[in-house]
Design a protein around this ligand. Structure first.
Ligand code: FES
Ligand SMILES: [Fe+2]
Length: 380
């Protein structure tokens, strides 16, 4: 370990050992030091499943989208057999990036010398290679990247060792299963870059303390912090989760009349899992929205942001276009509010007089996140 990081990691370890009532926010250097960012890349991001989007982002055979998995460009493809695969987005000739963006195709042709791959990643054509003795087409398939679909989410990892997603998130299923979120219909997914550390954004997502204040003109208007409850499992189940209920007058967050699977309080309860390290979503009876984060250095975060709607809710909308436009505009406004605070927090953490203060009971998820970070980053 880098010796200069030792005092900082000791502080993190000490913080993680405290009960919530005695805990403060983590030391500010945790957010700004490039060496921490490198350590996180090795010990967290290279060792975790990261969410690349939703399975219906690539709904039909031949649909594909690109994703940056740390330093590895990836293509996520719906195969001819209906399954979702990931392949390295790197040509087997001289390593050119093969495709950009998203679309539908039966083959991928490299823009450099036109080597062509099918959607299973096999090399099917390579012009002017007939005089090359060492050329063997069958040995030149696109490299495979581990990819699994879990409850409608696509997860990818560079690790060959970590257990399957369903095994890692087995305990989350008991909280999310009842919503049938795999059937929700994606209405948009986008890429953004925010000027903040990824942990500022994760922590912001995990606490509802800011809702009545920073979001007073959007989600804060129908939210009572007193109704916020927490999953009791602690930080080592692979996720943290909290719950909140919506009041009768809330315009969103309640089950549609045609939803026959949710019962009792669950018809107006939302769950908010943070799947470590950086996939977080609000799962409501009628919609979900999500963020999936990756650091781009300590001061920038790549954000995948999207939303999906329960099928019966979407089917019940008379003016579907207007509903989708209103929903997206509302969620975008919430994002603008969050962006303002998480970029502001990062400025504070990078400032000479910035110093972390004590946490509220409503920031329980944040303390669990610090405990997770301590376990991943500190030597045992
Ligand atoms: S690098 Fe792709 S064909 Fe040459
Ligand atoms: Fe927020």
């Amino acid at each position: 370990m880098n010796a200069t990081l030792a005092p900082l990691l000791d502080q993190l370890k000490d913080l993680a050992a405290r009960p919530l009532a005695a805990a403060s926010a983590p030391p500010k250097d945790l957010y700004v030091l490039p060496e921490i960012c490198d350590l996180e890349q090795q010990r967290i991001f290279a060792q975790s499943w990261l969410c690349a989007g939703r399975a219906d982002d690539v709904a039909a055979p031949g649909d594909y989208m690109t994703f940056e998995l740390g330093p590895q460009p990836v293509i996520i493809i719906r195969g001819a057999d209906g399954d979702v695969y990931a392949r390295a987005n790197v040509c087997r000739h001289r390593m050119m990036r093969l495709v950009e963006g998203r679309g539908t195709s039966r083959k991928f042709t490299c823009p450099y010398h036109a080597w062509t791959y099918d959607i299973a990643g096999r090399l099917v054509a390579a012009p002017h290679m007939d005089r090359t003795d060492c050329f063997a087409r069958e040995d030149l398939a696109l490299a495979t990247v581990r990819c699994e679909v879990f409850q409608g989410w696509i997860y990818v990892t560079m690790s060959a060792e970590i257990p399957p997603v369903a095994e890692q998130l087995a305990e989350l299923t008991s909280l999310t299963d009842r919503y049938n979120q795999q059937d929700y219909i994606t209405i948009f997914s986008e890429e953004h870059v925010w000027d903040t550390n990824w942990k500022c954004l994760t922590e912001n997502f995990m606490e509802s303390y800011h809702l009545p204040v920073a979001h007073r003109s959007t989600v804060g208007a129908h939210y009572s912090v007193e109704e916020n409850t927490f999953d009791e499992r602690g930080p080592f189940a692979g996720f943290t989760c909290q719950f909140f209920t919506k009041s009768d007058g809330a315009p969103v967050g309640r089950a549609h009349d045609d939803n026959t699977s949710l019962e009792g309080v669950w018809r107006h309860t939302s769950v908010m899992p943070t799947v470590f390290p950086s996939h977080m979503y609000v799962l409501a009876p009628d919609h979900l929205w999500y963020l999936s984060l990756q650091p781009d250095g300590p001061a920038r975060t790549r954000v995948r942001y999207g939303a999906a709607i329960a099928p019966e809710k979407l089917a019940g909308e008379q003016d579907r276009d207007a509903y989708l436009a209103t929903t997206k505009a509302f969620l975008d406004k919430v994002q603008v509010e969050d962006r303002h605070v998480v970029e502001g927090i990062f400025n504070g953490a990078a400032s000479p007089l910035g110093a972390p203060g004590p946490l509220s009971w409503l920031e329980r998820g944040n303390h669990e996140f610090a405990q997770y970070l301590a376990r991943q980053l500190c030597d045992h």
